[in-house]
Design a protein around this ligand. Sequence first.
Ligand code: NG6
Ligand code: CA
Length: 496
Amino acid sequence: MKYRFLILLLILTTESFAQKPNVILIYADDLGYGDLSCYGAKAIKTPNIDKLAKQGMKFNRAYSTSATCTPSRYSLLTGRYAFRRNDTGIAPGNASALIKGGQQSVASVFGKAGYQSAVVGKWHLGLGGAEGPNWNGKITNGPLDIGFNYAFLIPATGDRVPCVYVENDRVINLDPKDPIQVNYVNKIGNWPTGKENPELLRMKHSHGHDNTIIDGVGRIGYMTGGTSALWKDEDIAQRITDKAKEFISKNSQNPFFLFFSTHDIHVPRVPNSRFLGKSGLGNRGDAILQFDDSVGQLMKALDSLQLSSNTMVILTSDNGPVVDDGYHDGSKENIGKHKPAAGLRGGKYSAFEAGTRVPFIVRHPSVKADETSSALVSQIDFLATMAGLTNQKYDVASASDSQNQLKTWLGSDSKGRAHVIEQSGTLSIVQGNWKYIKPNKGPAYNANVEIEYGNDEAEQLYDLSRDPFERYNLAASVPAKLGELKSLLQNELLKK
Ligand code: NG6
Ligand code: CA
Protein backbone atom coordinates (compact mmCIF):
# COMPACT_ATOMS: atom_id res chain seq x y z
CA MET A 1 0.00 0.00 0.00
CA LYS A 2 2.74 2.37 1.10
CA TYR A 3 4.80 1.58 -2.00
CA ARG A 4 1.84 2.00 -4.26
CA PHE A 5 1.39 5.48 -2.82
CA LEU A 6 5.06 6.31 -3.39
CA ILE A 7 4.92 5.11 -6.99
CA LEU A 8 1.82 7.21 -7.58
CA LEU A 9 3.61 10.20 -6.10
CA LEU A 10 6.60 9.57 -8.37
CA ILE A 11 4.39 9.40 -11.44
CA LEU A 12 2.60 12.58 -10.46
CA THR A 13 5.85 14.47 -9.85
CA THR A 14 7.41 13.30 -13.10
CA GLU A 15 4.28 14.30 -14.94
CA SER A 16 4.20 17.77 -13.48
CA PHE A 17 7.84 18.30 -14.50
CA ALA A 18 7.16 16.99 -17.96
CA GLN A 19 4.15 19.27 -18.35
CA LYS A 20 4.74 21.88 -20.99
CA PRO A 21 5.23 25.35 -19.54
CA ASN A 22 2.65 28.00 -20.31
CA VAL A 23 3.97 31.22 -21.78
CA ILE A 24 2.64 34.73 -21.29
CA LEU A 25 4.18 37.53 -23.29
CA ILE A 26 3.21 40.89 -21.83
CA TYR A 27 3.88 43.42 -24.55
CA ALA A 28 3.55 47.06 -23.53
CA ASP A 29 3.18 49.80 -26.09
CA ASP A 30 5.72 52.66 -26.09
CA LEU A 31 7.00 51.84 -22.60
CA GLY A 32 10.51 53.21 -22.15
CA TYR A 33 13.67 51.72 -20.69
CA GLY A 34 13.38 54.06 -17.70
CA ASP A 35 9.62 53.87 -17.06
CA LEU A 36 9.61 51.14 -14.39
CA SER A 37 10.84 51.44 -10.83
CA CYS A 38 12.71 48.14 -11.19
CA TYR A 39 14.64 49.81 -14.02
CA GLY A 40 15.56 52.74 -11.83
CA ALA A 41 12.57 55.08 -12.15
CA LYS A 42 12.23 57.16 -8.98
CA ALA A 43 9.22 59.32 -9.84
CA ILE A 44 6.88 56.39 -10.43
CA LYS A 45 6.28 53.11 -8.63
CA THR A 46 5.41 49.92 -10.49
CA PRO A 47 5.11 47.39 -7.63
CA ASN A 48 3.61 44.51 -9.60
CA ILE A 49 6.25 44.62 -12.32
CA ASP A 50 8.97 45.10 -9.71
CA LYS A 51 7.77 41.92 -8.04
CA LEU A 52 7.92 40.08 -11.34
CA ALA A 53 11.47 41.33 -11.83
CA LYS A 54 12.41 40.23 -8.31
CA GLN A 55 11.10 36.75 -9.00
CA GLY A 56 12.77 36.67 -12.39
CA MET A 57 15.61 38.10 -14.40
CA LYS A 58 15.96 41.61 -15.74
CA PHE A 59 17.89 42.34 -18.94
CA ASN A 60 19.59 45.67 -19.43
CA ARG A 61 20.65 45.22 -23.05
CA ALA A 62 17.46 43.94 -24.65
CA TYR A 63 16.11 45.40 -27.89
CA SER A 64 12.90 45.50 -29.82
CA THR A 65 13.58 45.09 -33.52
CA SER A 66 12.14 48.47 -34.43
CA ALA A 67 11.49 51.90 -32.98
CA THR A 68 7.83 51.71 -34.04
CA CYS A 69 5.06 49.26 -33.50
CA THR A 70 4.16 47.49 -36.75
CA PRO A 71 7.65 46.35 -37.76
CA SER A 72 8.47 45.36 -34.17
CA ARG A 73 5.40 43.18 -33.93
CA TYR A 74 5.91 41.69 -37.36
CA SER A 75 9.44 40.57 -36.46
CA LEU A 76 8.42 39.35 -33.03
CA LEU A 77 5.70 37.08 -34.38
CA THR A 78 7.45 35.83 -37.54
CA GLY A 79 11.15 35.67 -36.69
CA ARG A 80 12.00 37.75 -39.78
CA TYR A 81 13.31 41.29 -39.62
CA ALA A 82 10.59 43.54 -40.99
CA PHE A 83 13.17 45.61 -42.89
CA ARG A 84 13.55 42.71 -45.31
CA ARG A 85 10.20 43.82 -46.69
CA ASN A 86 9.48 47.34 -47.84
CA ASP A 87 5.88 47.56 -46.67
CA THR A 88 6.10 47.33 -42.91
CA GLY A 89 6.00 50.95 -41.77
CA ILE A 90 3.36 52.09 -39.25
CA ALA A 91 0.22 50.46 -40.69
CA PRO A 92 -2.94 52.52 -41.24
CA GLY A 93 -6.03 51.29 -39.42
CA ASN A 94 -7.51 49.74 -42.57
CA ALA A 95 -4.33 48.06 -43.83
CA SER A 96 -4.54 44.53 -45.18
CA ALA A 97 -2.79 41.77 -43.24
CA LEU A 98 0.99 41.85 -43.30
CA ILE A 99 1.14 38.24 -42.15
CA LYS A 100 -1.10 36.35 -44.54
CA GLY A 101 -3.21 33.36 -43.53
CA GLY A 102 -1.21 30.15 -43.35
CA GLN A 103 2.11 31.93 -42.84
CA GLN A 104 4.19 30.60 -39.95
CA SER A 105 4.03 32.58 -36.73
CA VAL A 106 5.04 31.91 -33.17
CA ALA A 107 1.40 30.93 -32.54
CA SER A 108 1.50 28.22 -35.20
CA VAL A 109 4.69 26.88 -33.61
CA PHE A 110 2.93 26.75 -30.25
CA GLY A 111 -0.03 25.09 -31.98
CA LYS A 112 2.18 22.26 -33.24
CA ALA A 113 3.34 21.76 -29.68
CA GLY A 114 -0.27 21.27 -28.58
CA TYR A 115 -0.78 24.70 -27.05
CA GLN A 116 -3.87 26.88 -27.11
CA SER A 117 -2.83 30.40 -28.14
CA ALA A 118 -4.50 33.76 -27.71
CA VAL A 119 -3.74 37.34 -28.60
CA VAL A 120 -5.51 39.88 -26.46
CA GLY A 121 -5.06 43.61 -27.09
CA LYS A 122 -3.34 45.61 -29.77
CA TRP A 123 -2.74 44.00 -33.18
CA HIS A 124 -1.61 46.72 -35.65
CA LEU A 125 -0.44 44.22 -38.26
CA GLY A 126 -3.28 44.73 -40.70
CA LEU A 127 -6.24 42.42 -41.30
CA GLY A 128 -8.01 40.97 -44.32
CA GLY A 129 -6.90 40.24 -47.86
CA ALA A 130 -5.66 42.74 -50.44
CA GLU A 131 -8.86 44.78 -50.09
CA GLY A 132 -8.31 45.21 -46.32
CA PRO A 133 -10.58 44.15 -43.46
CA ASN A 134 -14.30 43.59 -43.92
CA TRP A 135 -15.48 45.36 -40.77
CA ASN A 136 -19.08 44.31 -41.32
CA GLY A 137 -18.57 40.61 -41.88
CA LYS A 138 -15.97 37.93 -41.49
CA ILE A 139 -12.46 39.33 -41.23
CA THR A 140 -9.97 37.10 -43.01
CA ASN A 141 -6.20 36.85 -42.61
CA GLY A 142 -6.38 37.60 -38.91
CA PRO A 143 -4.72 35.97 -35.91
CA LEU A 144 -6.94 32.86 -36.21
CA ASP A 145 -5.47 32.27 -39.66
CA ILE A 146 -1.87 32.26 -38.44
CA GLY A 147 -2.18 29.90 -35.51
CA PHE A 148 -3.98 31.72 -32.71
CA ASN A 149 -7.05 29.99 -31.29
CA TYR A 150 -8.56 33.10 -29.75
CA ALA A 151 -8.27 36.81 -30.43
CA PHE A 152 -9.67 39.91 -28.78
CA LEU A 153 -8.27 42.85 -30.65
CA ILE A 154 -7.83 46.54 -30.88
CA PRO A 155 -7.36 46.20 -34.65
CA ALA A 156 -4.68 48.91 -35.05
CA THR A 157 -4.08 51.50 -32.32
CA GLY A 158 -6.25 53.47 -29.92
CA ASP A 159 -5.72 56.58 -32.00
CA ARG A 160 -6.76 54.98 -35.30
CA VAL A 161 -10.28 54.29 -36.53
CA PRO A 162 -12.33 52.14 -36.36
CA CYS A 163 -12.54 52.32 -32.55
CA VAL A 164 -14.10 48.90 -32.15
CA TYR A 165 -13.02 45.53 -30.78
CA VAL A 166 -12.62 42.52 -33.00
CA GLU A 167 -13.26 39.19 -31.29
CA ASN A 168 -11.91 36.27 -33.28
CA ASP A 169 -12.91 37.30 -36.81
CA ARG A 170 -15.71 39.79 -36.22
CA VAL A 171 -16.37 43.24 -34.81
CA ILE A 172 -18.33 42.72 -31.61
CA ASN A 173 -21.57 44.46 -30.63
CA LEU A 174 -22.12 45.60 -34.19
CA ASP A 175 -25.65 46.38 -35.32
CA PRO A 176 -25.92 45.19 -38.94
CA LYS A 177 -28.33 48.06 -39.62
CA ASP A 178 -25.57 50.51 -38.79
CA PRO A 179 -22.55 49.30 -40.75
CA ILE A 180 -19.03 50.65 -40.19
CA GLN A 181 -17.44 52.73 -42.90
CA VAL A 182 -13.79 53.70 -42.78
CA ASN A 183 -11.69 55.91 -44.99
CA TYR A 184 -8.09 56.96 -44.46
CA VAL A 185 -8.02 59.56 -47.24
CA ASN A 186 -11.34 61.39 -47.29
CA LYS A 187 -13.98 62.18 -44.75
CA ILE A 188 -16.79 59.68 -44.78
CA GLY A 189 -20.23 60.29 -43.23
CA ASN A 190 -21.08 63.32 -41.14
CA TRP A 191 -19.49 62.67 -37.77
CA PRO A 192 -17.56 65.70 -36.54
CA THR A 193 -13.80 65.90 -36.92
CA GLY A 194 -11.20 67.43 -34.63
CA LYS A 195 -10.24 69.83 -37.37
CA GLU A 196 -13.75 71.19 -37.97
CA ASN A 197 -15.12 70.98 -34.43
CA PRO A 198 -12.28 71.28 -31.93
CA GLU A 199 -14.78 72.56 -29.35
CA LEU A 200 -16.19 69.02 -29.12
CA LEU A 201 -12.89 67.49 -27.97
CA ARG A 202 -12.33 66.45 -24.38
CA MET A 203 -8.64 65.97 -25.15
CA LYS A 204 -7.04 68.34 -27.61
CA HIS A 205 -4.60 67.08 -30.21
CA SER A 206 -1.14 68.60 -30.44
CA HIS A 207 -0.23 67.20 -33.85
CA GLY A 208 -2.18 64.96 -36.23
CA HIS A 209 -5.25 63.23 -34.71
CA ASP A 210 -7.72 65.77 -36.07
CA ASN A 211 -9.90 63.42 -38.09
CA THR A 212 -13.12 61.77 -36.80
CA ILE A 213 -13.95 62.46 -33.16
CA ILE A 214 -14.86 59.31 -31.25
CA ASP A 215 -15.80 59.63 -27.60
CA GLY A 216 -14.46 63.17 -27.45
CA VAL A 217 -11.04 62.26 -28.83
CA GLY A 218 -9.83 63.10 -32.34
CA ARG A 219 -8.42 60.08 -34.19
CA ILE A 220 -6.34 59.26 -37.25
CA GLY A 221 -8.66 58.32 -40.12
CA TYR A 222 -12.37 58.86 -40.78
CA MET A 223 -15.20 56.60 -39.77
CA THR A 224 -18.95 56.54 -39.45
CA GLY A 225 -21.42 53.88 -38.33
CA GLY A 226 -20.96 51.06 -35.86
CA THR A 227 -22.12 53.24 -32.95
CA SER A 228 -23.08 50.29 -30.75
CA ALA A 229 -19.64 48.73 -31.26
CA LEU A 230 -17.52 51.72 -30.23
CA TRP A 231 -15.17 51.17 -27.32
CA LYS A 232 -14.83 53.42 -24.27
CA ASP A 233 -11.21 54.45 -23.95
CA GLU A 234 -11.21 54.39 -20.15
CA ASP A 235 -12.39 50.77 -20.14
CA ILE A 236 -9.85 49.29 -22.57
CA ALA A 237 -7.25 48.20 -20.00
CA GLN A 238 -9.73 46.36 -17.77
CA ARG A 239 -11.60 44.93 -20.73
CA ILE A 240 -8.53 43.26 -22.17
CA THR A 241 -7.24 42.24 -18.74
CA ASP A 242 -10.55 40.46 -18.10
CA LYS A 243 -10.36 38.72 -21.48
CA ALA A 244 -6.80 37.60 -20.71
CA LYS A 245 -7.82 36.28 -17.29
CA GLU A 246 -10.72 34.38 -18.86
CA PHE A 247 -8.38 32.78 -21.36
CA ILE A 248 -5.96 31.76 -18.62
CA SER A 249 -8.63 30.19 -16.48
CA LYS A 250 -10.27 28.38 -19.42
CA ASN A 251 -6.90 26.89 -20.30
CA SER A 252 -5.62 26.13 -16.83
CA GLN A 253 -5.61 22.39 -17.57
CA ASN A 254 -3.70 22.53 -20.84
CA PRO A 255 -0.59 24.34 -22.06
CA PHE A 256 -1.27 27.83 -23.35
CA PHE A 257 0.43 30.83 -24.92
CA LEU A 258 -1.02 34.25 -24.21
CA PHE A 259 0.15 37.30 -26.13
CA PHE A 260 -1.11 40.10 -23.90
CA SER A 261 -0.55 43.17 -26.01
CA THR A 262 -1.65 46.22 -24.06
CA HIS A 263 -2.88 49.53 -25.37
CA ASP A 264 -1.06 51.19 -22.47
CA ILE A 265 0.90 53.38 -22.63
CA HIS A 266 0.16 54.47 -26.22
CA VAL A 267 -1.86 57.59 -27.03
CA PRO A 268 -4.61 58.53 -26.50
CA ARG A 269 -3.90 58.01 -22.84
CA VAL A 270 -7.32 57.97 -21.23
CA PRO A 271 -6.70 56.08 -18.00
CA ASN A 272 -9.58 54.75 -15.97
CA SER A 273 -10.71 56.94 -13.06
CA ARG A 274 -8.98 54.43 -10.75
CA PHE A 275 -5.65 55.75 -12.03
CA LEU A 276 -6.43 59.24 -13.25
CA GLY A 277 -4.21 61.75 -11.47
CA LYS A 278 -2.60 59.06 -9.32
CA SER A 279 0.94 59.21 -10.69
CA GLY A 280 1.38 62.96 -10.51
CA LEU A 281 3.06 62.68 -13.91
CA GLY A 282 0.02 63.33 -16.08
CA ASN A 283 -1.85 60.76 -18.14
CA ARG A 284 1.29 59.02 -19.31
CA GLY A 285 2.31 58.19 -15.75
CA ASP A 286 -1.26 57.18 -14.92
CA ALA A 287 -1.24 54.81 -17.91
CA ILE A 288 1.95 53.24 -16.53
CA LEU A 289 0.14 52.63 -13.21
CA GLN A 290 -2.76 51.12 -15.13
CA PHE A 291 -0.38 48.85 -17.03
CA ASP A 292 1.27 47.77 -13.78
CA ASP A 293 -2.16 46.99 -12.37
CA SER A 294 -3.04 44.79 -15.37
CA VAL A 295 0.21 42.88 -14.84
CA GLY A 296 -0.66 42.45 -11.16
CA GLN A 297 -4.10 41.08 -12.02
CA LEU A 298 -2.67 38.50 -14.43
CA MET A 299 -0.04 37.37 -11.92
CA LYS A 300 -2.73 37.05 -9.28
CA ALA A 301 -4.82 34.93 -11.66
CA LEU A 302 -1.84 32.62 -12.24
CA ASP A 303 -1.25 32.33 -8.50
CA SER A 304 -4.85 31.54 -7.69
CA LEU A 305 -4.94 28.82 -10.37
CA GLN A 306 -1.57 27.52 -9.13
CA LEU A 307 -0.04 28.05 -12.53
CA SER A 308 2.83 30.39 -11.59
CA SER A 309 5.36 27.62 -11.14
CA ASN A 310 4.71 26.28 -14.61
CA THR A 311 4.40 29.53 -16.53
CA MET A 312 7.08 31.54 -18.24
CA VAL A 313 6.27 35.25 -18.13
CA ILE A 314 8.08 37.71 -20.38
CA LEU A 315 7.44 41.43 -20.08
CA THR A 316 8.76 43.89 -22.62
CA SER A 317 7.77 46.80 -24.91
CA ASP A 318 7.39 47.25 -28.67
CA ASN A 319 9.49 50.41 -28.89
CA GLY A 320 10.86 53.26 -26.83
CA PRO A 321 9.07 56.13 -25.14
CA VAL A 322 7.47 59.35 -26.37
CA VAL A 323 5.90 61.97 -24.13
CA ASP A 324 3.82 64.01 -26.59
CA ASP A 325 2.75 61.67 -29.39
CA GLY A 326 -0.05 63.92 -30.56
CA TYR A 327 -2.33 64.89 -27.67
CA HIS A 328 -2.27 67.48 -24.90
CA ASP A 329 -2.72 65.04 -22.03
CA GLY A 330 -0.67 66.72 -19.32
CA SER A 331 2.25 64.34 -19.74
CA LYS A 332 4.70 66.98 -20.92
CA GLU A 333 3.80 69.56 -18.29
CA ASN A 334 3.95 67.09 -15.41
CA ILE A 335 6.95 65.00 -16.36
CA GLY A 336 9.08 66.59 -13.61
CA LYS A 337 12.31 64.70 -13.12
CA HIS A 338 11.02 61.46 -14.66
CA LYS A 339 13.20 60.17 -17.50
CA PRO A 340 11.20 57.71 -19.65
CA ALA A 341 14.33 56.39 -21.35
CA ALA A 342 16.57 56.64 -18.27
CA GLY A 343 18.62 59.26 -20.09
CA LEU A 344 19.33 57.20 -23.21
CA ARG A 345 19.47 59.34 -26.34
CA GLY A 346 16.46 59.60 -28.65
CA GLY A 347 13.06 58.01 -28.03
CA LYS A 348 10.34 56.27 -30.01
CA TYR A 349 11.08 56.49 -33.79
CA SER A 350 14.80 56.95 -33.12
CA ALA A 351 17.93 55.16 -34.30
CA PHE A 352 19.53 56.07 -30.98
CA GLU A 353 19.29 53.70 -28.04
CA ALA A 354 16.05 55.00 -26.55
CA GLY A 355 14.22 53.94 -29.73
CA THR A 356 14.66 50.22 -29.19
CA ARG A 357 16.38 49.46 -25.85
CA VAL A 358 13.45 48.35 -23.77
CA PRO A 359 12.70 46.68 -20.44
CA PHE A 360 12.83 42.90 -20.73
CA ILE A 361 11.95 40.68 -17.79
CA VAL A 362 11.76 36.89 -17.78
CA ARG A 363 10.19 34.96 -14.94
CA HIS A 364 10.45 31.19 -15.08
CA PRO A 365 10.96 28.59 -12.36
CA SER A 366 14.48 27.89 -13.57
CA VAL A 367 15.58 31.51 -13.84
CA LYS A 368 17.72 32.79 -10.97
CA ALA A 369 15.55 35.24 -9.11
CA ASP A 370 16.41 38.90 -8.68
CA GLU A 371 19.32 38.98 -11.10
CA THR A 372 20.23 41.30 -13.94
CA SER A 373 21.73 40.05 -17.18
CA SER A 374 23.76 42.19 -19.56
CA ALA A 375 23.49 39.67 -22.38
CA LEU A 376 22.59 41.07 -25.79
CA VAL A 377 18.94 40.17 -26.39
CA SER A 378 16.55 40.84 -29.26
CA GLN A 379 12.85 40.20 -29.64
CA ILE A 380 13.62 38.75 -33.09
CA ASP A 381 14.50 35.54 -31.25
CA PHE A 382 11.06 34.98 -29.76
CA LEU A 383 9.91 32.43 -32.36
CA ALA A 384 13.02 30.23 -32.36
CA THR A 385 13.36 30.49 -28.58
CA MET A 386 9.77 29.38 -28.08
CA ALA A 387 10.35 26.54 -30.56
CA GLY A 388 13.34 25.61 -28.37
CA LEU A 389 11.29 25.79 -25.19
CA THR A 390 8.58 23.53 -26.63
CA ASN A 391 10.95 21.26 -28.59
CA GLN A 392 9.36 22.06 -31.92
CA LYS A 393 10.79 22.00 -35.39
CA TYR A 394 9.76 24.96 -37.50
CA ASP A 395 10.28 26.37 -40.97
CA VAL A 396 13.68 27.95 -40.54
CA ALA A 397 13.67 29.64 -43.95
CA SER A 398 10.72 31.87 -43.13
CA ALA A 399 12.04 32.68 -39.64
CA SER A 400 15.66 32.92 -40.69
CA ASP A 401 16.59 35.85 -38.45
CA SER A 402 15.38 34.17 -35.28
CA GLN A 403 17.81 32.26 -33.05
CA ASN A 404 17.08 29.90 -30.19
CA GLN A 405 18.36 32.01 -27.28
CA LEU A 406 16.64 30.01 -24.55
CA LYS A 407 19.85 29.71 -22.53
CA THR A 408 20.23 33.47 -22.55
CA TRP A 409 16.61 34.15 -21.72
CA LEU A 410 16.80 31.65 -18.86
CA GLY A 411 20.01 33.22 -17.61
CA SER A 412 22.56 30.49 -18.16
CA ASP A 413 24.28 32.24 -21.09
CA SER A 414 25.48 35.69 -20.11
CA LYS A 415 26.60 36.75 -23.61
CA GLY A 416 23.51 36.35 -25.76
CA ARG A 417 23.48 37.34 -29.41
CA ALA A 418 26.58 38.23 -31.40
CA HIS A 419 24.76 41.26 -32.77
CA VAL A 420 21.37 42.93 -32.93
CA ILE A 421 19.85 44.98 -35.76
CA GLU A 422 17.34 47.74 -35.11
CA GLN A 423 15.06 49.47 -37.57
CA SER A 424 14.05 53.13 -37.41
CA GLY A 425 14.14 55.61 -40.30
CA THR A 426 17.45 53.87 -40.91
CA LEU A 427 19.16 50.75 -39.54
CA SER A 428 21.51 50.38 -36.59
CA ILE A 429 23.60 47.41 -35.58
CA VAL A 430 24.97 46.67 -32.12
CA GLN A 431 27.82 44.21 -31.71
CA GLY A 432 29.35 43.87 -28.27
CA ASN A 433 29.79 47.40 -27.02
CA TRP A 434 29.82 49.00 -30.44
CA LYS A 435 26.99 50.51 -32.38
CA TYR A 436 26.87 51.63 -35.99
CA ILE A 437 24.09 53.76 -37.49
CA LYS A 438 23.72 53.65 -41.25
CA PRO A 439 23.78 57.06 -43.00
CA ASN A 440 20.34 58.36 -43.84
CA LYS A 441 18.87 61.53 -45.29
CA GLY A 442 15.80 61.69 -43.01
CA PRO A 443 15.22 64.45 -40.46
CA ALA A 444 17.63 64.56 -37.52
CA TYR A 445 14.98 65.89 -35.14
CA ASN A 446 11.19 65.91 -34.91
CA ALA A 447 10.03 69.01 -33.08
CA ASN A 448 6.48 67.70 -32.63
CA VAL A 449 7.52 64.73 -30.54
CA GLU A 450 10.74 66.44 -29.41
CA ILE A 451 12.84 63.42 -30.29
CA GLU A 452 16.18 63.11 -32.06
CA TYR A 453 15.63 60.60 -34.85
CA GLY A 454 19.33 59.81 -35.20
CA ASN A 455 19.36 60.26 -38.98
CA ASP A 456 22.60 61.66 -40.35
CA GLU A 457 24.11 61.65 -43.82
CA ALA A 458 27.41 60.82 -42.16
CA GLU A 459 28.22 57.43 -40.65
CA GLN A 460 27.89 57.12 -36.90
CA LEU A 461 29.81 54.84 -34.59
CA TYR A 462 29.46 54.78 -30.82
CA ASP A 463 31.19 52.91 -28.02
CA LEU A 464 28.25 52.12 -25.77
CA SER A 465 30.46 50.96 -22.88
CA ARG A 466 32.18 54.32 -22.51
CA ASP A 467 29.54 56.45 -24.13
CA PRO A 468 26.11 54.97 -23.33
CA PHE A 469 24.40 58.24 -24.30
CA GLU A 470 25.89 58.25 -27.83
CA ARG A 471 27.55 61.65 -27.61
CA TYR A 472 30.84 60.96 -29.38
CA ASN A 473 30.75 59.79 -32.96
CA LEU A 474 33.93 57.70 -33.39
CA ALA A 475 33.39 56.90 -37.09
CA ALA A 476 36.43 58.90 -38.13
CA SER A 477 38.69 57.90 -35.26
CA VAL A 478 38.08 54.14 -35.12
CA PRO A 479 37.92 53.20 -38.83
CA ALA A 480 38.63 49.50 -38.26
CA LYS A 481 35.54 49.07 -36.05
CA LEU A 482 33.50 51.17 -38.43
CA GLY A 483 34.47 48.89 -41.31
CA GLU A 484 33.72 45.77 -39.30
CA LEU A 485 30.21 46.81 -38.28
CA LYS A 486 29.40 48.27 -41.66
CA SER A 487 30.23 45.07 -43.47
CA LEU A 488 28.44 43.00 -40.83
CA LEU A 489 25.29 45.01 -41.54
CA GLN A 490 25.83 44.82 -45.29
CA ASN A 491 26.13 41.04 -45.10
CA GLU A 492 22.90 40.84 -43.15
CA LEU A 493 21.18 42.99 -45.78
CA LEU A 494 22.34 40.65 -48.52
CA LYS A 495 20.68 37.68 -46.86
CA LYS A 496 17.39 36.60 -48.35
C1 NG6 B 1 2.18 58.25 -35.72
C2 NG6 B 1 1.18 59.01 -34.87
C3 NG6 B 1 1.41 58.62 -33.42
C4 NG6 B 1 1.34 57.12 -33.25
C5 NG6 B 1 2.30 56.44 -34.20
C6 NG6 B 1 2.22 54.95 -34.17
C7 NG6 B 1 0.60 61.23 -35.76
C8 NG6 B 1 0.96 62.67 -35.84
N1 NG6 B 1 1.39 60.45 -35.03
O1 NG6 B 1 1.97 58.52 -37.07
O2 NG6 B 1 0.48 59.25 -32.60
O3 NG6 B 1 0.04 56.67 -33.49
O4 NG6 B 1 2.03 56.84 -35.52
O5 NG6 B 1 2.69 54.46 -32.98
O6 NG6 B 1 -0.39 60.82 -36.34
S1 NG6 B 1 3.03 52.94 -32.85
O7 NG6 B 1 3.51 52.76 -31.49
O8 NG6 B 1 1.80 52.22 -33.09
O9 NG6 B 1 4.06 52.64 -33.83
CA1 CA C 1 4.41 51.26 -30.04
